[in-house]
Design a protein around this ligand. Structure first.
Ligand SMILES: N[C@@H](CCC(=O)N[C@@H](CS)C(=O)NCC(=O)O)C(=O)O
Length: 339
């Protein structure tokens, strides 16, 4: 199903088309080298958002540059495609580094016969223009654990060995019921599929509310990949999933612990400074014409609520453990503060 079609069956996710592994020692497919790769994202996309947050927490901004596509996909050959536009800062509608207009050009550079879907995030080899990987999960995990000498001094351990099993277990439930669950609800082809999906969304939120009432972070005492996985869905919940995807049993802001947890992360460097609410609202409401044919973009809610005090420090824990917070967002990558 394409994002601009009326859903006729349950949403299905294909495995990543290209999934080359990038590591500091190059022992798998490719070597991580400063300046060699460009990360193509869209600020609306929650899957891309996880890689953007990880890149920033690990201080990889200088090593891997960032290319941001327009939240409005362009129809090319009948399908919506991620493109670079003047309006979102790419002169002449071309990415200044890769020289391409549509991300699909990097897929085709990699495989001229490629006919599958094109998704963000995409890691592109700057010199050849080839897509290296669109495997968001692996890209984020490898940046967190495999980019060795390229990460900043004081980078946190987002995937500590002793907690990996628990991070993966929590992450699998969050993926099924929330990250992907909201899409299953929003693109449900009928009442039955919607009821099942929306039930799972709120059962999971209820369980997380309980878990996060007694602890500051999802797993352990510091920010981990489990939080990086959950945050992009929470930050989109009230602006787009509540209305556009019909996940409206409750708002995030009606869950005291979850809402405070989400604000705590939002106010932690590396999280809120990667969120662009306008891109989120415009992308979802404008592109999904199968479920919102008028393309009218909903206005609310007022994003300033994200800056309210969270009072979560009393629960203990510290965001980066023995590490430190990332520095300021590089010029050219700043997003507007909620206003
Ligand atoms: N490729 C992964 C996740 C990435 C993904 O779904 N990205 C979305 C944007 S949020 C995308 O680019 N979809 C293609 C499209 O919208 O045409 C998957 O299919 O599960």
């Amino acid at each position: 199903m394409r994002a601009n079609e009326v859903p006729t069956e349950e949403i299905r996710r294909d495995p990543a088309a290209f999934a080359d592994r990038v590591t500091a020692d190059g022992r798998l497919d490719r070597r991580a080298e400063a300046g060699r790769y460009r990360l193509v994202v869209n600020r609306a996309c929650p899957w891309a958002h996880r890689v953007v947050i990880t890149r920033r927490l690990m201080g990889l901004e200088r090593a891997v540059s960032l290319a941001v596509t327009d939240p409005r996909q362009e129809i090319i050959g009948g399908e919506p495609h991620w493109v670079f536009t003047e309006e979102t800062g790419s002169p002449g509608g071309l990415d200044p580094v890769l020289g391409i207009h549509a991300l699909r050009e990097a897929y085709l550079a990699r495989d001229p016969g490629y006919t599958g879907g094109v998704s963000v995030p995409g890691l592109v080899d700057v010199e050849s223009g080839h897509l290296v990987s669109n495997d968001y999960d692996r890209l984020a995990l490898d940046m967190a654990t495999e980019w060795g000498g390229l990460v900043r001094d004081g980078a946190p351990d987002l995937y500590p060995e002793p907690l990996r099993e628990e991070i993966d277990a929590v992450g699998a439930e969050v993926y099924r019921d929330l990250n992907n669950g909201v899409y299953r609800a929003g693109f449900a082809p009928d009442q039955e599929h919607y009821d099942a999906a929306v039930g799972a969304v709120f059962d999971r939120l209820d369980a997380l509310e309980e878990r996060l009432s007694g602890q500051r972070y999802l797993v352990g005492d510091t920010v981990t990949m489990a939080d990086v996985r959950l945050f992009p869905t929470l930050v989109r919940f009230d602006p787009v999933y509540h209305g556009h995807f019909k996940c409206n049993v409750r708002k995030l802001s009606e869950y005291p612990a979850l809402w405070a947890y989400a604000r705590d992360l939002f106010q932690t460097p590396g999280f809120g400074d990667t969120v662009e609410f306008d891109h989120i609202r415009v992308h979802y409401y404008w592109v999904h014409t199968g479920i919102n044919p008028t393309r009218v973009v909903a206005r609310g809610p007022d994003p300033r609520g994200w800056l309210a005090p969270h009072d979560r420090a009393a629960l203990g824990g510290t965001p980066f453990g023995t590490g430190t917070a990332p520095g300021p967002v590089p010029a050219g990558e700043r997003v507007p503060a909620p206003a």
